[in-house]
Design a protein around this ligand. Structure first.
Ligand SMILES: [Zn+2]
Ligand SMILES: [Zn+2]
Ligand SMILES: [Zn+2]
Length: 145
């Protein structure tokens, strides 16, 4: 399990941007891997649980994944409009989580904190142009491997 998880993580690191499970699957098969799509889904889920990948939901309802830029523990600030993700530290949150855990006698305390909002550029375009004109941002970026 961990082996396929690492392989999936490696693919995400190499590609840099957001990729769907199907993208990762196709890329690994092209590399000669015998991995199954279900395994890719499980690996992505487990990586996201471990906080090693960022997950976004596209307008079509598909989940896309990106390797986190930092391997250390961190939090995410996510724009609900365009999906822009900023990695942030939260020293106060770390302290608070330890304190409440200790107060209740918990050990091995972990936490996941994601902060959602509207990023400055989305807020700006919303303010200037109230009549929403959907710009055709079809997710087919011309990328070559
Ligand atoms: Zn991250
Ligand atoms: Zn935004
Ligand atoms: Zn934290």
């Amino acid at each position: 399990m961990t082996k396929s998880r690492d392989a999936v993580h490696e693919i995400l690191r190499q590609s840099g941007g957001f990729r769907s499970a199907q993208d990762v699957f196709a890329e690994m098969r092209a590399d000669g891997s015998k991995i199954g799509l279900t395994t890719v889904y499980r690996a992505l889920q487990s990586l996201s649980d471990a906080g090693r990948v960022d997950v976004l939901r596209t307008d079509e309802g598909e989940s896309v994944y990106r390797a986190c830029q930092s391997d250390t523990h961190h939090h995410h600030l996510v724009c609900r409009v365009c999906g822009r993700t900023v990695e942030v530290a939260g020293p106060d949150v770390e302290r608070w989580a330890e304190v409440v855990g200790a107060e209740h006698g918990f050990i091995d305390v972990t936490h996941t904190v994601e902060v959602f909002g509207t990023c400055s550029s989305c807020a700006a375009s919303r303010g200037e142009n109230p009549s929403a004109t959907p710009s055709g941002a079809a997710g087919k970026a011309a990328g070559k491997g």
